[in-house]
Design a protein around this ligand. Structure first.
Ligand code: HEC
Ligand code: HEC
Length: 183
């Protein structure tokens, strides 16, 4: 983490890291998009996501705290340097908002987000350091992620999202997802 911060702070090192990351992400691009805007609604965007957050997720997939058939295996094959370069590369891409066809849900999601979520994820859902950006994520993935937190065992995981997601209804989740994807 200290190494990641040092590289982020130095313009030249960050550029070198970005180029190395670009080489390494060809395979990731099939699912997450070469520019980090995901190709399938159940797959998260990595574009404009904060490098510290991305780096932490590699750690979690790698040590089994977070599980996904593809990602858990992939994370084990990435060296420390590759994790840093990839996190920097995707962090510097631009996330594109997605359309929603459900205007009523978008409005309901907007109010709910302001009250319950903006304090941590930012007023525009842009995130901050290890607080992930949510703006522009595919709505299906947002639903999957919120339900994942809902089902997490609090004795095995420590994230504030367990308590937050546990009080959301399915309707709340749909509204939040509809709103956030359009940001
Ligand atoms: C076959 C498709 C596929 C490939 C290839 C793939 N991923 Fe993923 N990735 C996924 C899916 C699906 C998830 C969501 C898993 C979940 O729901 O927890 C994910 C999640 C992630 C996350 C967590 C994002 C978040 O918002 O929490 C990161 C970071 C990530 N992938 C990075 C990568 C990198 C880097 C590569 C290439 C080395 C890669 N992925 C290749 C499908 C893929
Ligand atoms: C107390 C601070 C806090 C609040 C309030 C909060 N979050 Fe989070 N959220 C986090 C943290 C920290 C993470 C990263 C968890 C991790 O590393 O696994 C996160 C992760 C997420 C993720 C996963 C992102 C991804 O790319 O996989 C989603 C989705 C999410 N939050 C949605 C919400 C919504 C919707 C609300 C409001 C109902 C909310 N959060 C309120 C702190 C917060």
């Amino acid at each position: 983490m200290a190494q990641l911060r040092a590289i982020m702070a130095d313009e030249e090192q960050r550029q070198a890291s970005y180029e190395a990351g670009h080489e390494r992400i060809r395979f990731c691009g099939y699912c997450h998009g070469e520019d980090g805007n995901s190709k399938r609604d159940y797959i998260p965007n990595l574009a404009a996501q904060h490098p510290q957050y991305l780096f932490n997720q590699f750690e979690k997939f790698g040590d089994g705290t977070r599980e996904d058939y593809v990602m858990s295996q992939l994370a084990k094959t990435l060296t420390l340097e590759e994790r840093i370069n990839i996190a920097i590369y995707f962090g510097m891409q631009t996330a594109k908002p997605r359309p929603s066809t459900d205007a009523a849900r978008v409005e309901a999601g907007r109010s709910l987000f302001k009250i319950r979520c903006a304090g941590c994820h930012g007023l525009d859902a842009q995130g901050f350091q290890d607080m992930p950006r949510l703006a522009g994520q595919p709505s299906e993935y947002l639903g999957i992620a919120l339900n994942r937190f809902k089902q997490m065992d609090p004795t095995k995981h420590s994230t504030p999202m367990i308590g937050i997601a546990s009080v959301l209804s399915e309707e709340d989740i749909q509204s939040l997802a509809a709103y956030l994807t359009t940001r």
